[in-house]
Each structure stands twice: as C-alpha cells, then as structure tokens.
Design a protein around this ligand. Structure first.
Ligand code: FES
Ligand code: FES
Length: 151
C-alpha cells in the first residue's frame, strides 16, 4: 500500500507491504541506521522512534499504520551544526560507551519533553525502564536525563 510520512521533517511517500515493520522500512528504505534492531520483540528500546511525538518501538509498529504520521529518528535531531539539546546533554555527560542504545534513550527523553512541558526526574524510571544498555552506562544516562528534565 502507499503511505505518506513526515520523516525527520521531510514529506515522504512510499509503497510498503502491509506486514512491513516500521523498523525495517526506516533502515532499509531510508538508511536510517540509528534505528537499531536489538531484540525485535519490544524489550530493549533500541528501535525507539517518535511517532507523532510519542516514543514507540518501531519493531512492534507496522509501517502501514503510520500513514499520515510524523516520524522522528535520531538522524532528525541534528540539522547542519544545530544539535537537539537532549542529544547535546547526553554527549556532554558521555552517556554511552558503544552508543548502540543511545538513540533510543535520547528519543525516550525527547518524547517526555514533548508530552509534558514540565517533566520531573521522578518520571524518568517509567520512561527509561524499557531501555537496555548492554554496556552498563546507566549512571551516566540517568545523569544526562536528569539534567534534561530537572526543574
Ligand atoms: S528492537 Fe524493538 S524493542 Fe528491541
Ligand atoms: S552504550 Fe553500549 S549498549 Fe548502551
């Protein structure tokens, strides 16, 4: 079927199979390598993208159901020399080792900011609990996320 997306602020039209995962469409059709296939079953958060400002697992999302949606991946967090403040904060805290999990964590925090204009650190456990970091960078990730949302 034909679908239209606003992908990283750019209108896109494409043909997808009705059973195609958004994860595969983003990686294979658009070469968006920040969307990672960690577990494929909604357990690790590595494939997180924002769909209409909500952080969701693209491995569990059918691309066909995103017709008309705005989709943001980590590639959309930078434009020229401008980098999204959430990503900047993660970089300043060096909140990663291999960075495989980083796009998912950053987009989860970005999604919180977009859904709540006055977020608090108490909301972070819920937001981040579905995200795994095999490098064990949790303390730095939490420090970065806390700085982003602190009042
Ligand atoms: S790849 Fe989607 S949650 Fe792990
Ligand atoms: S930094 Fe390597 S998995 Fe998180």
């Amino acid at each position: 079927m034909e679908i239209e997306l606003e992908l990283n602020d750019t209108p896109r039209r494409l043909s997808v199979r009705t059973d195609a995962r958004l994860l595969d469409v983003l990686r294979d059709e658009f070469q968006l390598g920040s969307v990672r296939d960690g577990c494929s079953v909604g357990m690790c958060g590595a494939c997180t993208v924002l769909i209409d400002d909500r952080a969701l697992s693209s491995c569990l999302t059918l691309a066909a159901l995103c017709d008309g949606a705005r989709v943001l991946t980590a590639e959309g967090l930078a434009s020229g020399s401008e980098v999204d403040p959430v990503a900047q904060t993660f970089a300043r805290h060096r909140a990663f080792q291999c960075s495989y999990c980083t796009p998912g964590f950053v987009l989860a925090v970005k999604g919180l900011l977009l859904s709540d204009p006055a977020p608090t650190p108490e909301q972070l456990p819920d937001i981040l609990s579905g995200h795994l970091c095999r490098c064990g960078s949790y303390s730095r990730i939490l420090a970065a996320a806390t700085e982003v949302v602190k009042p």
